[in-house]
Design a protein around this ligand. Structure first.
Ligand SMILES: [Zn+2]
Length: 399
């Protein structure tokens, strides 16, 4: 349910900030509120049924019963939050920061700024389930010594036994997350062990294959028993395992390459007093989609195709390009590592950056031309840029 995610900088959409724990912002996805309302509704509906009620708890469908059910879900998500905090604090002990923790109906996500080294990933991943085992054992001890222990078969029935159920939920949370279904915690631990021997790319590929095989089993099980949450988790594991493999492959491809090797060197530059109409002509006449905009000797911004189209719609073809150009473009150096450069661009939500040699505009870098660069490289048989590698870390050193 809970998982680690390598940070992008955009924060989750449709989420609310609820609190800051140990300096980490905690956000909640709005669908979690829907989940609470849904459970309240189910409980409310239960009041209409004529089923005999043998327990000592509140009458099904009554206000106390609804409150108890909602409270249980809240308690469950508090334990999920503790799980994520476990990851975050373990990461912090290795100097890896956590950008935020977000709670979704299917579990929590701690967005870490990198995963630490391969070795550290093992312990960071283990920390989450360990917290749930600790909470479960603490509840077990309290129940045992307070004499409120109830037999297992009673425990699983009804919402009456709040803390025993919460204890079981914690053990289930820990067990489920420890399954070797990459990218869930157990799968990350497996990847860590594999990557030490086989390298990050092979290790990730094998862990992801196991993860996807398990995801198919989860999915089938979810279908058979009609559990949509399980079905959803299966889908989530399957897709994100595939994504992680792709990320590792492209990171590995980029290792050792510099911006200078991949950048576009021949391109048109717009003057700040050129009109949007002129820019549109250039867009049609060339392959270029994005145009640096100069104001005299210096570059003042960049006009992307989206900016151009928006500018034309808002201001018409006679307006100056300067008004529609974006000034917050990403500046790169030809010697920057390619992987880090792309990471910076995506972190700022840009798919194009300008490359400067000192103050002189030397090139442009776009997602598309980086893609082409690697296609050409692959066709030629890959050779690294001279004077490598800018990232300068051992394979599997992590972000
Ligand atoms: Zn976890």
């Amino acid at each position: 349910m809970a998982k680690l995610e390598i940070a992008g900088t955009e924060r989750g959409r449709w989420t609310w900030f609820v609190a800051s724990v140990a300096g980490i912002p905690v956000r909640v996805h709005f669908t979690l509120l829907l989940l609470l309302l849904w459970f309240a509704w189910i409980e409310f509906q239960a009041g209409g049924s004529l089923e005999a009620h043998g327990g000592s708890g509140p009458t099904p469908g009554s206000l106390p019963a609804i409150a108890l059910r909602v409270l249980f879900i809240l308690g469950l998500f508090a334990c999920v939050l503790l799980h994520e905090i476990g990851h975050a604090l373990a990461a912090r002990s290795y100097g890896v920061r956590t950008q935020e923790i977000t709670l979704y109906p299917f579990g929590g996500v701690a967005r870490l700024k990198g995963m630490g080294t391969v070795r550290q990933e093992f312990w960071i991943s283990l920390a989450g389930p360990t917290v749930n085992i600790a909470v479960g054992l603490a509840l077990l001890a309290v129940l045992h010594f307070s004499g409120r222990w109830v037999p297992l078969d009673q425990m699983v029935r009804g919402d009456v036994h709040f803390f025993p159920r919460l204890m079981i939920a914690n053990f289930i949370l820990a067990g489920f997350n420890l399954l070797p279904a990459f990218p869930m915690d157990g799968g990350r631990m497996l990847r860590s062990l594999l990557a030490r021997r086989l390298g990050m790319v092979r290790g990730t590929a094998i862990a992801a294959s196991i993860g996807q095989a398990l995801a198919i089993l989860f999915g089938l099980l979810g279908l058979i028993i009609g559990n949509f949450l399980l079905l959803f988790i299966a889908f989530f594991v399957f897709v994100s395992a595939g994504q992680e493999v792709a990320v590792q492959r492209s990171l590995d491809l980029m290792r050792g390459h510099r911006v200078a090797g991949a950048m576009i060197r021949r391109f048109e530059v717009l003057g700040h007093s050129d009109s949007l109409g002129q820019a549109a002509d250039l867009l049609l006449a060339t392959h270029q989609q994005d145009f640096p905009v100069s104001g005299g000797a210096e570059v003042i911004g960049i006009l992307t195709r989206a900016d151009l189209v928006r500018g034309l719609a808002d201001h018409g073809p006679r307006a100056y390009v300067a008004a529609s150009a974006r000034r917050d473009f990403v500046r790169l150096d030809p010697g920057d590592g390619l992987a880090g450069a792309l990471e910076r661009m995506h972190a700022q939500g840009q798919r194009v950056a300008l490359v400067f040699e000192g103050e002189r505009l030397a090139g442009m870098l776009t997602d598309e031309n980086v893609g082409e660069f690697f296609q050409v490289r692959a066709a030629q048989g890959d050779e690294r840029d001279a004077g490598e590698p800018p990232e300068g870390e051992a394979r599997g050193g992590g972000a």
